[in-house]
Write a protein that binds this ligand. Structure first.
Ligand SMILES: N[C@@H](CCC(=O)N[C@@H](CS)C(=O)NCC(=O)O)C(=O)O
Length: 146
């Protein structure tokens, strides 16, 4: 049997082919998600400047770790847009330091993840898009009216 036709080598090559195919499919799906997100972009809530400033203060302690084309991240970002929440975004795919922060702080390379700096100085790392959206709604509910 020739060197290149060894069964283990063939199996490695086919695993590599499969993972390349999956990467291409993921890329195409991601672009489709981004296209539809752009096409059906939600309308942003317009607040008076002082009310928006109060909301900005409430979300100042938050950062969203995300991938641009992850559907769960898109879901959270759409809600942020709907509610006009100016939360800093940290792209874990494009920024090495963001990936390192997420791994070191949250412990898992999974997105979306909301980093919450609490008033007592502690930091919470919240995974799960639905939990993040619920948290954002609760945070908004605490915005002082005037
Ligand atoms: N149930 C989670 C799903 C999140 C998820 O699967 N995110 C993917 C990217 S689209 C991920 O980070 N996968 C890496 C992993 O699970 O380790 C949510 O709703 O946030």
């Amino acid at each position: 049997m020739g060197y290149n036709s060894h069964p283990a080598r063939l199996s490695n090559a086919s695993t590599q082919d499969n993972s390349n195919t999956m990467a291409v499919i993921r890329f195409i799906l991601g672009r489709i998600i981004l296209f539809f997100n752009w096409l059906f972009s939600p309308r942003s809530l317009a607040r008076p400047a002082d009310a928006q400033a109060r909301v900005d203060r409430l979300t100042d302690n938050l950062k969203l770790y995300h991938y641009e084309a992850c559907p769960f991240c898109v879901k959270v970002r759409r809600e942020m847009k709907r509610q006009s929440l100016n939360i800093e975004l940290r792209d874990v795919k494009r920024t090495v330091s963001a990936k390192e922060e997420l791994l070191a702080g949250g412990g898992r390379l999974k997105v979306p993840c909301l980093r919450i700096e609490r008033d007592d100085g502690g930091t919470e790392w919240m995974y799960e898009s639905s939990d993040i959206i619920t948290y954002l709604h609760k945070t908004l509910a605490t915005a002082p009216a005037a």
